[in-house]
Structure formats: C-alpha cells, structure tokens
Write a protein that binds this ligand. Structure first.
Ligand SMILES: [Fe+2]
Ligand SMILES: [Fe+2]
Length: 201
C-alpha cells in the first residue's frame, strides 16, 4: 500500500482527499459528537443529584441524538454496511467475536434508551419516584458509550479496514453517504406519521 505523507494531503484538491478517506473516518467523527452529548448528560446527572429535578429538554435532546443519530444513522452504517460487508469476508476469530459483541452492545444501548424514555414519561406525568430510574438509565448510557466507542476506535475499526481494498473502501464511503442522505427524510417522515397515527391532521 502506498502511504502519502500528511503534508501532501493538505495541498491536495478535495476530490483526491476524498479518495484517501477510510470509511471509518466518518464513523469516528460521529463518535466525537456522541461523546459531546455524553459530557452534557454527565453534567445533567450531577445537576439532577444537586437539585432533585431533571432538565427534560436536555433529556429529550439526548434521547433524540441516541435514537436518530447514534442508533439509526451511526449504528445503522456500522451494522447495515460495514458489518454486513465484513460478514462476507473470512474474518479472524478475534474480529468476528468483537463484531458480535458490538452488535450485542447496540442492542443494550437501544434497551437503555427505551428504559430512559419510559422513566422520563413517568416523571413528566408527575411520578417523582421515576427520577431515580432516569438517573440509573442515564448513568448506564454514560458508562456504556465511551467504552463501546473506545472498543471500536482502538480495537476494531483500523483492523476491519485491512479486509477491504481501496475500491471496496470507496464503494463503502459512497454507500455511507447515500445512507446519511436518506436519514433527514426518514426522520421527518416518521415524525409526521407519529402525529398522524395520534389522529392529528
Ligand atoms: Fe457501534
Ligand atoms: Fe460506533
């Protein structure tokens, strides 16, 4: 494989830079945004402890980010594209095992967000006891994401790229971009549908 020194990358036209990007580039960039929400929610947890009340607007923003961004858009690209293509390769046992663990971990995150929403709804409905459950779910998500992200960033992503040649990586990047393009339409389509189902029209 030809390695191009980093100082050359800066002087390259954008279309060439694009060609050098690995599919894990956008995935790792998404990890950084998820981490920023984790920091906000960690602060929120401290504030809940101190004031015995929760900021529903921040919790709702967190739930939306976990569902639409972290799960549908980010885990979606991991599972539906990267892991799908890896599953077609002759994977080393270690990588196969890690990939299975990552899928299980996505299921765990989904369950924890569901539980957080259930506790949030009870809390908003006046059940102050639900605050304890919200704190527990928030703590679980705050503990979970950094470990999951580190596992992918440090132990899986770079190794996973070794299974793909440049052409396959470029095709994957293109499929990622298509996947992302669909997300905004899907999000608002689902939003409208949910209100229509409630009988608002
Ligand atoms: Fe993941
Ligand atoms: Fe990830």
């Amino acid at each position: 494989m030809i390695t191009i020194p980093p100082w050359h990358v800066h002087t390259m036209p954008p279309e060439h830079k694009e060609k050098l990007m690995k599919p894990i580039g956008p995935l790792m960039r998404e990890h950084r945004l998820i981490e920023r929400m984790i920091v906000l929610l960690r602060d929120e947890l401290v504030s809940i402890e101190e004031n015995s009340r929760a900021s529903i607007s921040l919790i709702d923003a967190g739930v939306d980010l976990f569902r639409t961004y972290a799960d549908r858009t980010h885990h979606g690209k991991e599972e539906d594209i990267l892991f799908r293509d890896l599953a077609r390769k002759d994977l080393a046992d270690e990588h196969k095992l890690t990939m299975d663990e990552l899928v299980q971990e996505h299921l765990y995150a989904r369950r924890k967000v569901r539980e957080l929403v259930a506790a949030r709804d009870r809390y908003v409905g006046g059940d102050t006891e639900a605050l304890g459950k919200m704190k527990e779910n928030l703590q679980d998500l705050i503990s979970f994401y950094p470990v999951h992200i580190q596992k992918e960033d440090k132990r899986f992503f770079f190794a996973s790229m070794e299974y793909f040649d440049r052409q396959e990586q470029d095709a994957m990047l293109e499929e990622f971009a298509d996947f992302d393009r669909r997300m905004i339409h899907e999000k608002y389509g689902t939003l409208i549908e949910s209100f229509e189902k409630l009988g608002h029209s």
